[in-house]
Design a protein around this ligand. Structure first.
Ligand SMILES: [Zn+2]
Length: 326
């Protein structure tokens, strides 16, 4: 938890490195934002006190930067300060917000900005409630409420031992389960799926927080961490159970999946053959397949096939990994 001394430390000696950076020109921000959003966030303006309903909003969810969408505050840390501006005791992550000394209006105050895109947010004061004692006084117009309902996404890209190990390391991913889907046989076993007769593919079901990672990002990462151009095959694994597949739950997911494929296709020489299909049923695989890589790090398949894939993935998506990722 950040305290006043941390805030001063950041303002005096430099801010923590953000997970990612978003940089745009003034003109680009002007096109994207309304005049008032631009004035507050890019020109360090201040909205009129009590000008937003957001002060009285306490429903669960996150508040993201209006400019770049990075989650900044959680409603759990929001409180009624009576100042007329939305007030929080803590940012969602220590490196979400940046701090700067502000000597305007003949006072020394600490200005807060979005650490990802430098949007002006407001100021932080040391008269907040315990335990942090901080009051982040933020312009409502610099924030947007993100209702973050936990979602599930299902896709396959060959052996689920590999895909599961990869997706478990991503920020915003809460759970990954290995299983079977896309075929006809009810409640199939691993043996039956391996025979290639069930129509099912080895897939993973990813439970994620869309405030932290989008469906489209998940699909793009999926497409770039297996080979989506080989039909019914992934490396040495051959058979329709190893096919590249995306199983969508909604039309919006289908559209996102098609968009992600079109984008990733521009990076590939060969045609992407990933099947896009509506999800019917996801059958969780047998218990010994769950967390396979974590439970069997020294098995030869893990060393020979999963280790190099994971190493490549970690390098490619460093900024999207969980902080505690190995
Ligand atoms: Zn931002």
């Amino acid at each position: 938890m950040l305290k006043w001394r941390d805030v001063i430390q950041f303002a005096n000696h430099g801010n923590p490195t953000p997970d990612r950076r978003v940089e745009k020109t003034e003109a680009e921000w002007q096109t994207q934002l309304t005049a008032e959003q631009f004035r507050i966030t890019r020109l360090k303006g201040t909205e009129r006190a009590y000008s937003s309903q957001m002060c009285n909003l306490f429903e669960p969810g996150k508040y993201a930067c209006i400019c770049c969408g990075t989650p900044l505050f959680d409603s759990g840390e929001k409180y009624q300060s009576g100042t007329g501006w939305p007030s929080f005791t803590q940012p969602v992550q220590d490196n979400a917000v940046a701090y700067h000394k502000d000597g305007s209006y003949g006072m020394i105050r600490i200005e807060t900005t979005c650490n990802t895109c430098d949007a002006h947010l407001g100021h932080v004061f040391q008269d907040g409630p315990a335990p942090s004692g901080l009051r982040y006084c933020i312009n409502a117009i610099a924030l947007k409420k993100v209702t973050s309902e936990i979602q599930k996404a299902t896709f396959g890209g060959g052996c689920f031992w590999c895909t599961e190990a990869i997706f478990q390391e991503l920020q915003g991913v809460l759970k990954v389960e290995s299983g079977y889907s896309g075929g006809e046989t009810e409640s199939p076993t691993y043996r039956a799926v391996c025979s290639g007769q069930t129509g099912h593919a080895e897939v993973i079901e990813v439970t994620y927080d869309p405030a932290l990672i989008s469906y489209e990002d998940l699909i793009k990462i999926h497409l770039t961490t297996h080979d989506p151009t080989t039909l019914d095959r992934q490396g040495a694994d051959r058979g329709s159970q190893y096919r590249s597949i995306i199983l969508y739950r909604t039309e919006a997911e289908k559209t996102s999946a098609e968009k992600a494929i079109a984008e990733v296709q521009t990076l590939m020489d060969k045609r992407i053959v990933t099947e896009i299909k509506g999800l019917d049923v996801f059958y969780p695989a047998e218990a010994y397949h769950q967390d396979y890589y974590a439970s069997n790090p020294n098995k030869s398949y893990c060393r020979a096939v999963i280790d190099p894939k994971l190493a490549k993935f970690r390098q490619q998506y460093m900024s999207k990994l969980k902080e505690q990722a190995p």
